[in-house]
Design a protein around this ligand. Structure first.
Ligand SMILES: Cc1cc2nc3c(=O)[nH]c(=O)nc-3n(C[C@H](O)[C@H](O)[C@H](O)COP(=O)(O)OP(=O)(O)OC[C@H]3O[C@@H](n4cnc5c(N)ncnc54)[C@H](O)[C@@H]3O)c2cc1C
Length: 246
């Protein structure tokens, strides 16, 4: 098996606009190895003068898809790599990547018991890999996703999540919109807090496996609440993507 830390040249097969600030990139990999849902790839850009920039991007696709992975990248204001991916990269381009990387923030369908997923913004990406893997593996583990976005247009994978919850296989999705809500909005409309988490996570019980991903501040706040609710700290896994923007 290849070393996930060696670099390879991927081909950008498809670029999909997910939201005004997020795009998904399907990368075809000459040296593909199956990942575990929750892992990431590193992307490395090299300028003509040799200057390099490297960032991590979670895998959005399920491990069952062979030969390629999807990465979903949110544009960060003044962000070096995310803006390059959004504005310069086109289908057919080559890009240097290595992975899959990470062994802690991972979920496999063989793990029994209820699953709690908490996401802020692009923190949905590795959790979507878990949700897609759950579906591909025909798992019926009771699963609840609490997903915080700024507005309805910022919800990544919204239509796919709607379709997946219509399947009635034990997946429920709860949204909170922190900056603006459309008329008649019935979901939550504030930052994730203790009341919201107990409403969403309570029915899963204290044995749930929890995965929290997003801006640092959201991740830390949610983890603290879950520990306070009596969830086993060893069952709470977190991944921080960076600062809470604004
Ligand atoms: C394990 C891991 C997985 C990740 N997966 C994803 C993913 O799936 N999708 C995704 O879009 N991002 C993901 N990220 C974040 C990503 O690696 C970059 O940090 C992000 O794209 C910004 O890089 P940049 O070069 O565009 O910005 P930079 O040039 O590094 O930063 C520009 C400015 O934005 C601030 N900033 C940096 N990162 C963030 C952030 N995440 N939120 C708000 N402000 C920020 C910086 O402090 C700086 O002020 C992941 C991070 C980690 C550690």
């Amino acid at each position: 098996m290849k070393n996930p830390l060696s670099w390879q040249i991927a081909t950008v097969r498809k670029i999909k606009v997910e939201t005004p600030r997020a795009k998904s990139f399907t990368l075809e990999l000459p040296d593909w190895t199956p990942h575990r849902a929750g892992q990431h790839y590193d992307v490395r850009l090299t300028a003509e003068d040799g200057y390099q920039a490297q960032r991590s991007y979670s895998i959005a696709s399920e491990p069952e898809r062979e030969g390629e992975v999807d990465l979903t990248v949110e544009r960060i204001a003044d962000g070096e790599v995310s803006n390059y991916m959004h504005d310069v990269l086109i289908e057919g381009d080559k890009i240097e990547v290595r992975g899959p990387i990470g062994g802690y923030f991972v979920w496999e369908s063989s793990i029994r018991g209820p699953l709690l997923l908490v996401a802020g913004g692009s923190g949905i990406v590795p959790l979507m890999s878990m949700i897609r893997h759950r579906r591909a593996a025909q798992s019926d583990a009771p699963t609840r996703l609490l997903y915080s976005s700024r507005s309805i247009d910022d919800i990544i994978y919204r239509h796919e999540l709607e379709a997946l919850t219509a399947g009635k296989d034990g997946l429920a999705v709860f949204y909170t919109l922190t900056r603006s809500q459309p008329a008649g909005w019935k979901g939550f409309a504030r930052r994730i807090d203790a009341g919201m988490l107990s409403e969403v996570a309570g029915p899963l019980g204290k044995e749930a496996q929890a995965f929290i991903c997003g801006p640092t501040q959201l991740v830390e706040a949610a983890a603290e609440v879950l520990v306070g609710m009596g969830l086993n700290a060893g069952h709470i896994r977190t991944e921080r993507f960076g600062p809470t923007g604004g």
